[in-house]
Design a protein around this ligand. Structure first.
Ligand code: NAD
Length: 260
């Protein structure tokens, strides 16, 4: 059912986005991958997905903080694949600091990349989904779309924001065979999390080991990191026919964190 469809996955050169790209390619989806990184490494990823799974994969290096680049990426995807069937808004960044010390440029970048980019990709993808009367939009939010943590004001604001955006677009597309949902992961050990461990240690005055045990995994009753494979499986479920009536909501994949 998904074979031959096209998915655009933002921020898919690393971490969760890359895990979703691998899961999608395995099911025969053609892909647009996006994100930053070393050009040779990205080409290895792109070609590897194509050869391993026999799908077509193009890379677009659009910066998700730049609306004109986002628009060009979406147009490029549609011209290569004849439309955009599935959109996964996944690109995201984090910064950990008390609000009075929070760098204003970081606030702006987090809101642009984690939230506004989804508006820009969505507004470009919707005409194709409406015309085909089928589409899936999956926003990789966070447990921080549902609950807050201190020192992450911009991130928590962006993730709560994307949940509201998700509900709105779900209502707009409900009669067009197109669902719009959030996946809310708990902690996944990706570069995004690895980078915030030293800053959290500094902000809380504790060691990095204590951050992993007493801050990150303390929130997760399962006491282990969520895996990218688990998130790819959730995304594939949301793309399936079985999930056709699931829209405007969020699926928490966070080891029980928000059940507290
Ligand atoms: P990651 O750092 O491994 O990957 C982020 C991806 O986004 C990379 O491909 C990076 O190049 C790309 N990116 C960053 N800025 C970009 C920009 N301006 N334009 C284009 N691409 C850009 O992080 P991750 O942990 O895989 O995070 C992916 C998403 O999952 C984010 O939205 C994040 O908030 C969310 N999330 C992560 C966790 C976690 O524990 N890792 C938990 C909940 C939610």
């Amino acid at each position: 059912m998904l074979k031959g469809k096209c998915a655009v996955i933002t921020g898919s050169t690393s971490g969760i986005g890359l895990g979703i790209a691998e899961g999608f390619a395995k099911e025969g989806l053609n892909l647009v991958i996006n994100g930053f990184g070393d050009a040779a490494e990205i080409e290895t990823i792109r070609a590897g997905l194509e050869h391993k799974h026999g799908v077509k994969v193009i890379y677009d290096g659009a910066d998700m903080s730049k609306p004109d680049q986002i628009e060009a990426m979406m147009k490029n995807a549609a011209s290569v694949f004849g439309g955009v069937d599935i959109l996964v808004n996944n690109a995201g960044i984090q910064n950990v600091a008390p609000v009075e010390e929070f760098p204003t440029a970081k606030w702006d970048a987090i809101i642009a990349i984690n939230l506004s980019s989804a508006f820009h990709t969505t507004r470009c993808a919707v005409p194709y989904m409406k015309s085909k009367k089928w589409g899936r939009i999956i926003n990789v939010a966070s447990a921080h779309a549902l609950v807050a943590s201190p020192f992450k004001s911009a991130y928590v604001a962006s993730k709560h924001g994307i949940l509201g955006f998700t509900k709105t677009i779900a209502l707009e597309l409900a009669e067009f065979g197109t669902t719009v949902n959030c996946i809310c992961p708990g902690y996944v050990l990706t570069p995004l999390v690895e980078k915030q461990i030293p800053d959290t240690a500094k902000a809380r005055g504790i060691t990095e080991e204590e951050v992993i045990k007493n801050v990150l995994l303390a929130a997760q009753p399962t006491k282990r990191f969520v895996t990218t494979e688990e998130l790819a499986g959730t995304a594939l479920f949301l793309c399936s026919d079985s999930a056709a009536s699931i829209t405007g909501t969020s699926i928490a994949v966070e080891g029980g964190w928000t059940a507290h």
